[in-house]
Design a protein around this ligand. Sequence first.
Ligand SMILES: [Mg+2]
Length: 243
Amino acid sequence: MRPRGGAAAQALLFDFDNTLHDQAAAYRRALEVGVAPHFAPGITVDDVAARCHASWAELWAAYVAGRLDEDGLYTAWFASMRAATGGQARTADLRGAFEAAEDAALRPYPDVLPALAAARALRPGIRLAVVTNGAARRQRARLEGMGLVREIPVLVISGALGVAKPEPGIFARALADLGVAAEQAVMVGDSPEADVAGAKRAGLGAVWLNRAGVAWPEGVAPGPDAVAADLQAAVRAALGSEA
Ligand SMILES: [Mg+2]
């Protein structure tokens, strides 16, 4: 990687959802296991997933804009989930069932702990952070539940900060918390715009984690310094090692 990252990298920043864990799978599982038993007749998981996805996008925009706090965000979202399921269960019961099923489904991808160990071996003293867009309390609880807080001590969560990827302010906050300059840091993540283009515009290096082997989306720039199919390869690329 030139000119950023590589041999100069003193810090790695990781996205969380769909980079360190399969967020889409955990969400689907929470609907299937936790929520589906409360569906009215004729309702399907696909129906509920689509409606909840749409309402989340709308409510998330209000949360980011400061019109909703985290409690308001989740209260409104679970109310929309109740409506989508046909309204047979109480909202609080649906929420409890969803969160319990999601907690049970959350686990890091199998390559996460080996990749972190490889980073420490390749670059002793490497500093590690998670930089994630999400609601502050729930996102921290997910990281704690997976045991990742003890592995990655610096957590930068957009909901706690009022600024989200791809905006440069969230990367600046992570660099300040890590005590490194932008050119000493590499962001690793699955989102072309939020993780890669955002980090590059903020002056960091960036490795695109492309687990599914999809094409880089047209019109998103700048592109990554390197592309990796798994997290261990991403760490090696970020640290400029072929080992
Ligand atoms: Mg992601």
